[in-house]
Every structure is written in C-alpha cells, then in structure tokens.
Design a binder for this molecule. Sequence first.
Ligand SMILES: Cc1ncc(COP(=O)(O)O)c(C=O)c1O
Length: 458
Amino acid sequence: MPADQIASRPSGGQSAVLAVPAARPLTDAGMDAVRAQFPALSREHDGRSYVYLDGPGGTQVPRGTIDAMVGYLARFNANHEGAFPTSEESDAMLAEVHAAAADYLGAADAGEIVFGQNMTTLTFALSRAVGRTLKHGDEVVVTRLDHDANVAPWLALQEERGVRVRWVGVHEEDCTLDMDGLERALGPRTRLVAVGLASNAVGTLNPVPRIVEMAHAAGALTYVDAVHAAPHVPLDVASLGTDFLVCSPYKFFGPHLGLLYGRRDVLEGLDAYKVRPATSELPGKWETGTPPGESLAGLLATFGYLEWLGATFGPGGSGGGSGAATTRRARLRAAMGVIGATERGLARRALTALGGVPGLRLRGMVDPNRLAERVPTFAFTLAGHSPREVATELGRRGIAVWDGDYYAYELIRALRLAESGGMVRVGFVHYNTAAEIDRLVEALAEITGRSSAVKGEA
Ligand SMILES: Cc1ncc(COP(=O)(O)O)c(C=O)c1O
C-alpha cells in the first residue's frame, strides 16, 4: 500500500474544528414543530413512519420550499433581464437568493455566490478554469478522505496540463487526515489544495482553518468541499479563510442545486468558459446559461426555514434562549447552533446503540468525547452480511440507508472494503429522532438475530 494512503498513527486530540454557536437541543415539542414542517416525514411504510437515514445522499425539504417552487412556476416563471414584470420579479428573487446565500456562508458580497446544477458540475467548471493558469510541473494536493467530486476534477489536470497530483492519506484507526502527510505534500510548486470539510462516509470534520493556513503559507489556493458539512455545522468562509467553498443545497433541506463561494478577486482573475454575450461581471460570469428559477426560489425558502429554526429555537426565540438574533446571518447561525446541539445528542445515542449490535464494526471516530470533531454520519460493516444485504433488509423495514462507497472512492479502497461492497452508511440530521435510532438498532438486531437463528438451525 502506498505510504500516503494509510498513515501509521491517528492525529487525535484536535479540539472542536469549527466555532459553533451555543444553543440548546430541540425539546420534544420543538422536534414535533420541526418535523411538522417536512411533509415527507409523514410518509408511512407498513403502517409505521418511514425513517430517513439517507440524509448524506440528500435531505428532505420543508413545506415552504415546496410551496415556493410551485409559486415560482405559477406566478413569475420567466427568463432573466426581460423588460416585463415577471422577469423583473424573477430577477429580484435571484438577487435575493444570492444575498441570502452570502449571509449563509458569511461571504463579503453576493457577487461571490455562484449557483450551478450541483457541486460536481461547479467543481469541474472551476477546476477547468484554474487549470488554464497551471503549468507543467505545478502541483495540486488532494486527499483520500474526499468525495471523488473534489478529487477527479483535479486529477484530470494531470493529463490536460501535466500537473502533478500529491496525495494526503488518512489514519486508518480513526479516519482522520494525515496532517504530517499534508505538510510533506506542500511545496514551492503547490498551486491548490482540495479538501473536504467533513467526510461523507465516516463523518470526520477536517481541521480546515489550519489546512487553509498551511496551503496559503505555501502560496496555494484552497478549494473546500463543504457538501457534507453544510447540514450540520455553521459555514463561515471568512473564518475558514478559504478561496473557494462548495456545497449542495439539496443536502441541507433545499432543492437540487450546487452553490459555490469564490473570493471576489480570485473569481474575477480567472477566465470562465462562457458564451460571448454573457456578462463578465460576478456572479453572472460563472453562472452559465439560464438559471433554475424554481429551484432558487425554493432555496430562498429553505433559508427562510433555517431562519425560523434559529429565531424560534435559538437564543431569544420563543422556543427558548435569551437574546433575539436580529440579522439574517445571526438567525442562520443560531439555527446551526440548534442543529449542532440536537445532533450531538443523536450522535451520542447512535454511537452507544450501534456499538452494542453484535458483529457491527464502525469505522472512523467512535470516541464519544470527540463529537466536536465529527458530524453524525456513521459507516459500518455487519459480520456475515454484505452492506447491500443490510441496506435491503433495512429498506424493507422502511429505513432508508446507503451502502457502497458513496463516491468516497479512495477511502473505501484505502480501508480495503471495495471488494466486499463498502459499508452501510447511516446519517442523522436535526429532524431525526432518538426513536428512529432505536428502530434502526432493533432492525439490525433482527437481521443479525435472524442470521444466527438460521445458522443455529443449520
Ligand atoms: C462530500 C460530498 N462532496 C461532493 C458531493 C457531490 O455533490 P453533488 O451531488 O452536488 O454534485 C457529494 C454528494 O454526495 C458529497 O457528499
């Protein structure tokens, strides 16, 4: 195995990776109010509620988001920059959703916000533009903990531009990044470091502020994949210090879209692939073709949902706390505080409960004292059952989970799990409940119990 693939010892001990606003978890009444916002959560399966543990693949959306999408199509569906009311209304909404996303990410201005089809498509576009500036022998750094959407676009530059790709491995014991390996990978030719904020397989939060510092000290740009982190932690491009950050609204309670932040001077300095009449102003220069109006209207309503969550259950809200959030950014951050506090309770319970299932092996951080270094996404194998078998059995019981590699292509291979079907992944978001964890664990016990009974009979 290459030395950069699995490092020998865990880095351990890095404290909370990101500053999370203090908040209380949702109470039972708060959880009921939250769940009531999501129509999909009332779906049933064989007379029991359906359990969505597939959040890492895409979350459910609040009613307001659905209504806003329908409302857009019903009332002001129009292409942009027309001289008539529906186009003007649509353009006003587009400006507002850029401003809201800037508040969500802590960007300096709405011009730094670029929407696209999804994170992968945005990253291919951006990496092609960065590639135009690179010379033979320049280097980019990628990691074995990342989703392939933050790896493959940079790998392609090897062939296209003669760029050298340097890899950062992971510590097998706890699935943290090998920071010493990162240090070694950086050098005078490093032009860009691509890294994830959270692993979509095992939930590790990477120390991105430090990684950005190290990359900048080497004179490199940073491209942070925050897709998996976004539903769990507050995002703040200023305190992360990153040049780029990407996420996907469909993973944080919005419609299917991609969202990219780029520092103004960097976005302005790069050449975009665009049609000749397209504007060279930000963000239009990077937003190719006609914008998906209904999805963006939906996203604006998703931000509205998060503001409601923060205003109601964060500090000063009617659901508890002691000082109202007065700006959109403050309400959005307050929401992430509530989400974080709620999820920590779920993560603790899930770790204990999954740890008690016979034959179940969790990968990644399993120490309940390190919850600040992870998000509540857990990947495991179950002895005697392929991940697909487990996912299918859970699916039959109305519990949606993923199996396979979920495009955490390098990690699953580094852990030598590709041949055996990867791992089962369960992901919790703030609308999941303790009762759902109990349902999951009961179902897993049934699956393992049934197999021991069958073995016993044999
Ligand atoms: C961490 C991470 N990065 C990138 C992606 C790709 O996102 P998109 O589907 O928006 O292209 C995903 C999707 O699962 C992801 O989990």
